[in-house]
Design a protein around this ligand. Structure first.
Ligand SMILES: Cc1cc2nc3c(=O)[nH]c(=O)nc-3n(C[C@H](O)[C@H](O)[C@H](O)COP(=O)(O)OP(=O)(O)OC[C@H]3O[C@@H](n4cnc5c(N)ncnc54)[C@H](O)[C@@H]3O)c2cc1C
Length: 539
């Protein structure tokens, strides 16, 4: 059968664009179909009020693979990172505060105000995390090996595939070997809870809580839960923000990265159609062969790559008979539990923090992520409410002011505030998010206002994205920002389901290229790049 396209990519999230660009650069004719009117998925900049643009969903860059940036020539296509220094500010109820960032001397000085012991330990902690991150980076950037004796009804591999898998397993083993003496603590970090690790390293409540926020991002779990150590590690893997673990802004917001990816993909020959939701993946004899759009239009291609979540791909776009029962049952078990809400605000002035006054000029307290989460107990309590189906009475808020370094987003003197909020459980015990989102947003604004009294009055416009709204707007199943939670049993060769970590699916010709595949969520481009490699191997 001849078709106009070698491959169709469903979804123009950043991973879909990355995948399409690599395929086109390898000479494939690629069509990308996006349901929304703009590309980028969860990496977009949108106007929240006339003259005010925010990164509506993701807002900080760090995980983007340097290879993706270089190979797709993103700088040439307009991508630019604005580093943040300091990168974190934690105001405290007792009037003190903690500033941290890429400057080692600043960190030492700031932490020493709380504990001389912690100031001494912090560089060693950073060095330890860096060693583990560097040892595991090749594993995370590679196609993951399958290490389990899986039953044949889940995955059967041909000889060539077994051989490739063996080579991946050896590379995996080699990476682990480079951990040396760090292996036992790395294992704890990969599988265990973050809290005991942070409590062993540090005694200061403010420092523990500031670092713990990285361990709960996107998770419906408190830092005392197993698996949060990995989330902590995941968030120090990247260097795209200017230094390891230091997150930067993209000039023009996250949409500017997607715009650069779009230009790179189109330059390589990719065709992108927006406003083109795919309603169905058609298949025959165990092979995917076409997509049908919601409009009824049918487009055929020998390879179909889905950037949508595994739930959308396997349970919505395919009929119940399309996949082997064991695979479908595993796909139905994927955990999408999530508790993220995003609030984007247009401000008439900068927040004036009581513990570090100043609103007429950008100060160090405005540049980084502002953590409203003073202690580990505060975070645990915030989670405990959500566990019972209630939005936190005292929410954990990460506030960013991208206009502190990027003047392209708001009129002169005005600012954009982005509140990444936890815990807002997708499943509420009472009522629904359409009724309750605004009241919870009020609570979050008050949580910031407790430290910056002018905050509430400075809000000119607001956009409130509850977990339900994140699902509707971005097609994020369950509102989960990572296309699926990231506990160990949903990582590496187990993502999206055990045995299928290599971007293939039981339907020949159908691949996954989004965050629901290894190495998971975040704006990394890794699933898109790896999926393209696998598809090209199969071509
Ligand atoms: C509120 C929020 C804050 C975040 N903050 C950060 C951050 O600061 N830094 C960071 O690194 N990560 C962050 N993340 C996570 C990160 O944004 C995501 O994990 C990542 O962008 C996922 O990229 P993706 O390309 O795999 O999928 P997506 O971005 O979800 O893209 C999938 C695309 O597929 C499209 N699609 C779905 N179904 C169909 C269909 N049937 N037909 C056609 N198109 C379809 C969607 O519209 C979408 O465009 C955040 C996410 C959220 C939601």
């Amino acid at each position: 059968m001849t078709t106009a396209w070698d491959a169709i990519v469903i979804g123009a999230g950043h991973n879909g664009l990355v995948c399409a660009a690599y395929l086109a650069r390898a000479g494939k004719k690629v069509l990308v179909l996006e349901r929304r009117d703009i590309v980028g998925g969860a990496a977009v900049s949108e106007e929240i009020a006339p003259g005010y643009r925010a990164s509506t969903a993701s807002y900080l860059i760090s995980l983007l693979l340097p290879d993706v940036e270089r190979e797709l020539e993103l700088a040439r296509h307009g991508y630019q990172v604005l580093p943040r220094n300091p990168s974190s500010f934690t105001p405290l109820p007792d009037g003190r505060s903690l500033l941290m960032g890429p400057d080692a001397e600043l960190n030492r000085r700031e932490i020493a105000r709380f504990s001389a012991r912690d100031a001494d330990a912090y560089p060693r902690y950073e060095a330890w995390l860096t060693r583990i991150a560097e040892a595991l980076e090749p594993v995370l950037e590679d196609i993951p090996p399958e290490l389990l004796p899986l039953p044949a009804n889940l995955r059967r591999r041909g000889f060539l595939e077994q051989w490739r898998n063996l080579r991946r397993a050896l590379r995996f083993h080699r990476s682990l070997k480079t951990l040396g003496d760090d292996l036992p603590t790395a294992l704890e970090l990969l599988t265990g809870p973050a809290t005991p690790i942070l409590e062993r390293w540090f005694e200061s409540a403010a420092l523990r809580a500031t670092l713990a926020t990285d361990a709960i991002i996107g998770a419906m779990a408190p830092p005392s839960a197993a698996g949060t150590g990995y989330v902590l590690l995941h968030h120090v893997m990247g260097v795209a923000g200017g230094a390891r673990g230091v997150w930067g802004y993209v000039e023009g917001g996250m949409g500017a990265l997607s715009a650069a990816l779009r230009r790179s993909a189109e330059h390589a020959g990719v065709t992108i159609r927006t406003g083109a939701p795919v309603a169905q993946i058609e298949h025959i004899g165990g092979r995917a062969l076409a997509v049908r759009l919601a409009s009824g239009e049918r487009i055929a291609a020998p390879r179909i790559v889905s950037n949508a979540t595994p739930a959308v791909t396997f349970l919505q776009l395919l009929g119940a008979d399309a996949l082997p029962a064991a695979f479908r049952a595993a796909a139905e078990r994927i955990d999408y539990s999530s508790a993220v809400m995003k609030i984007n605000l247009a401000l008439s002035e900068l927040p004036d923090f009581s513990c570090r006054p100043g609103k007429d000029a950008v100060g160090p307290q405005h540049r980084g992520t502002i953590h409203i989460s003073p202690t580990l107990d505060y975070i645990e309590r915030a989670y405990a409410d959500a566990r019972l189906g209630e939005p936190s009475r005292e929410p954990v808020v990460e506030l960013t002011l991208p206009t502190s370094v990027d003047r392209t987003l708001a009129p002169p003197g005005h600012h954009i505030a982005q509140l990444f909020v936890q815990y807002a459980p997708y499943r509420l015990a009472e009522g629904n998010w359409d009724e309750r989102a605004e009241a919870f947003a009020e609570r979050c604004i008050d949580a910031v206002g407790a430290y910056a009294p002018n905050f509430r009055a400075s809000v000119l416009h607001r956009q409130v994205l509850s977990p339900l709204e994140l699902e509707r707007r971005f097609a994020l199943t369950g509102g989960n920002i990572f296309h699926g939670a990231m506990p160990l049993h949903q990582l590496f060769g187990f993502r999206p389901v055990p045995g299928w970590g290599d971007y293939r699916t039981p339907l020949r010709g159908l691949y996954l290229c989004g965050a629901g595949a290894h190495p998971g969520g975040g704006v990394s481009g890794a699933p898109g790049r790896n999926a393209a490699r696998v598809l090209l191997q199969d071509s």
